[in-house]
Design a protein around this ligand. Structure first.
Ligand code: NOJ
Length: 741
């Protein structure tokens, strides 16, 4: 019998190689999978549902030390945190040469904003509002990662995040469902390309399903409690958009939804993901999130946890070994069934076929390709391009910026001035400090010997030590201009990196105050993974640049902006509050029954803080100025069968060429349920030469006005709408239109 099955496996594998994955129809793939399933033992099937980490990088305890034995016995079909062509080739060799079924391994890794060439953090890249540049960033990440043996990235994270205390806000596209959905699509396209069987494209993984960004009080892994209406209206659309764009995999989230952890939540995983959205890929858990259903208090032990998650629709167990340990028993006890197991195996084998792994399991492990592609010059160029586009000019009094290249002496101060380590930020793949270009180096490269650059750190990120202030202030006094680079450490955002206070840590604000007190022009360069509350800096610093963490090419990109070789065009994808007490604060809030009225105490406001943010969603200045005409529409009253054309003329009224992101917002004035005060419905990023005017046209139909009505149907409702167009969510022109049946 054993001999016979060996022969059958050999025949099957041979026949697999005759057709390339690309040319195979779904029916053929199904047929191949059927033949594999017919020969696989239960252990081997569970092996395909099992994902173990190698001992490289982990985000939790490594609970299985001997993963290589598990590969060899067919009990682990997928590995993460293993990379480089050579290392993965060896693991793959064990799978395809030493196991009975010879099924190739799938290799996953957190390639979040680059593999070796590190791009800006996703929140920063989102500030570019440049979908093509964002797609390119993910494309290059995939080109490098696939050359280093990887097939699958745990990205994009598309969780809507309205709480800047949450460290993982750096990994997503910010607070808005519309912008977030478009960016989700761009990232999926970038990773997956248009042919998943090509050896330089990789599976995307949409995460974390669902609503992980709504962790209470911004504390990572905390409870989420939200209505189904809020879930559908504000949180789900980026996941859906990513799945509609063809994302092959979805990761569950650590949080609960409606009292049930997402990893055991059949409403999310079956009703919405499979039944409503028709998702055909596979669902993986987050790191040990099946096991974590025990402390959640929804199951008493791991066996029950495995039962709950398999029945809820989880296909692959990341690192928890719960499927590995308990599916067999659960099956014997009829608590789960073989049809479910086979279905999950089927989803996973299908992706392996589509990737072409059955044709050539080593196609992603080519050392020569890896050598050629990692850090390729064109990747550096693209990283610098999107880094410049991600920078947001928050303040620029009296045209402090751009600086003149004829400046004689420059003081470059601050803990981030000559720092390479932090620029890569959290989730920096295989990025290495040595490849990052610091701000100081970027400035020196740009300015050459003509400008004397004085550098002092001034202070550290944290602590109360001000002993470095004096040297920094002395340098500032001797210089024409002061650039002070301050912010967070990379480890202050990302996973398990929430902050209760989102001000500049340590004594950095004091350093800025003292530098400003010298009377020299001071430019604050912020580097951080979240919105910071910096009203006291905004009050005194003449110029502020938000540069997030820009990755490998941070230094040159910031230098380009500081000296006017690039005119900043970034716009905030997330609101910057004045203080933590305002959180959650986002532009698309509800009006309430008592909207803020400064003359009426009994309206919705604080005694000790304005309601308005420090910098609103969509905000960002340029070195030039733009004016907007009044809004014109092709009809005041339109029907669901008609298109509403909305026009505005935008003029560059300054002296420099510059790009503007023209933003369209809508408010549904009366609904069967209340609607946000503004919702982004369109934007166009355009270049305008100095003095140039352009007419911008947006087209809306009734479909764009849909929302979940009282009966939870996704529909539009006739009535009055207010349109807003402007340079950010707070500074807009408006006019009304009416939708009639
Ligand atoms: C835990 C994180 O939540 C998730 O985003 C990541 O992909 C996994 N760890 C794997 O590293």
């Amino acid at each position: 019998m054993k001999q016979l099955s060996k022969i059958l496996v050999a025949i099957l594998l041979l026949s697999n190689t005759l057709l390339s994955a690309q040319n195979r129809s779904e029916a053929e793939i199904d047929h191949k999978i059927d033949s594999l399933l017919a020969l696989m033992t239960l252990e081997e099937k569970v092996g395909q549902l099992t994902l173990f980490t190698s001992d490289w990088d982990v985000t939790g305890p490594t609970i299985r030390a001997n993963y290589k034995n598990d590969i060899q016995s067919g009990r682990c079909g997928n590995i993460f945190n293993a990379h480089t062509a050579k290392y993965n080739r060896e693991l793959q060799r064990i799978a395809v040469e030493e196991t009975r079924m010879k099924i190739p391994l799938l290799f996953g890794y957190d390639v979040i904003h680059g593999y070796k060439t590190i791009f800006p953090i996703p929140l920063g890249e989102a500030a570019s509002w440049d979908l093509a540049a964002i797609e390119k960033g993910s494309r290059i990440a995939a080109i490098e990662a696939t050359a280093a043996g990887l097939h699958w990235t745990f990205a994009p994270m598309v969780d809507i995040a309205r709480d800047p205390r949450w460290g993982r806000i750096m990994e997503g596209a910010g607070e808005d469902p519309y912008l977030g959905s478009l960016i989700a699509v761009a990232r999926v396209r970038g990773f997956q390309g248009d042919d998943i069987s090509a050896n330089n494209t990789m599976l995307a993984c949409v995460k974390h399903f669902a609503a992980y960004g709504a962790a209470q009080a911004g504390r990572d892994y905390h409870t989420v409690d939200m209505s189904e209406r809020m879930l559908r209206d504000q949180y789900l659309s980026p996941y859906k958009a990513a799945i509609d764009a063809g994302a092959y995999t979805v990761m569950t989230s650590f949080n609960e939804y409606d009292g049930v952890p997402a990893t055991g939540n059949s409403f999310l995983l079956r009703d919405i993901l499979r039944d409503e959205w028709g998702f055909k890929g596979f669902v993986v858990t987050d790191y040990t999130s099946i096991n974590e259903m025990i402390p959640h208090g929804i199951v008493a032990n791991e066996k029950e946890a495995g039962e709950l998650s398999l029945n809820a629709g989880v296909d692959m167990d990341m690192q928890g070994a719960v499927y590995y340990n308990y599916l067999k028993e659960l099956l014997k006890e009829n608590r789960i069934n073989m049809v479910q197991i086979d279905q999950s195996v089927r989803y996973i084998l299908r992706t392996k076929y589509l990737l072409g792994l059955f044709d050539d399991p080593y196609r992603y492990s080519d050392e020569a390709r890896q050598q050629r592609l990692l850090l390729a010059p064109e990747h550096q160029e693209a990283a610098r391009d999107v880094a410049r586009k991600s920078i947001v000019l928050l303040k620029n009094d009296k045209n402090t910026l751009p600086l003149s290249k004829s400046v004689k002496t420059l003081a470059v101060i601050g803990p981030l001035a000559d720092n390479k380590t932090e620029l890569k930020a959290a989730w920096s793949g295989a990025g290495e400090d040595q490849h990052s270009v610091s701000l100081l180096t970027g400035l020196k490269d740009k300015l050459g010997n003509g400008v004397k650059i004085n550098h002092a750190q001034g202070c550290d990120f944290e602590g109360t030590d001000k002993s470095g202030f004096k040297a920094a202030i002395d340098l500032a006094k001797k210089s024409d201009v002061v650039i002070v680079a301050v912010g967070e450490r990379a480890s202050m955002s990302g996973e398990a990196a929430s902050r209760a206070h989102i001000t500049l840590p340590g004594v950095q604000s004091d350093l800025i105050k003292e530098l400003v007190a010298t009377g020299k022009p001071v430019v604050v360069v912020l580097m951080n993974g979240r919105p910071l509350a910096i009203p006291e800096i905004d009050a005194i610093a003449p110029a502020i640049l938000e540069t997030w963490f820009l990755g490998t090419q941070a230094g040159p990109a910031i230098a380009d902006v500081l000296f006017g070789d690039y005119n900043p065009s970034g716009k905030l994808p997330v609101t910057f509050p004045r203080n933590e007490g305002q959180i959650p604060i986002h532009y698309n809030m509800k009006n309430t029954g008592r909207p803020m009225d400064p003359n009426n105490k009994y309206t919705s406001k604080y005694l000790d803080s304005p309601n308005t943010p420090l910098y609103p969603f969509g905000y960002g200045l340029s070195y030039t100025t733009f004016t907007y005409s009044d809004i014109k529409v092709n009809k005041e009253v339109f029907t669901p069968r008609e298109e509403l054309k909305i026009n505005v003329t935008v003029s560059n009224t300054g002296k420099r060429d510059g790009e503007e992101v023209v933003q369209l917002y809508v408010r549904d004035l009366v609904g069967s349920v209340t609607r946000p005060v503004k919702e982004l419905k369109g934007f166009q990023k355009m270049m305008l030469k100095a003095g140039e005017s352009k007419e911008v046209t947006f087209t809306l139909t009734a479909n764009d006005l849909k929302f979940y009505n009282r009966q939870m149907n996704f529909t539009y409702e006739p009535g009055d709408f207010e349109l807003f167009i402007g340079t950010n969510s707070a500074d807009t022109k408006s006019r009304k239109v009416k939708l009639v049946e």
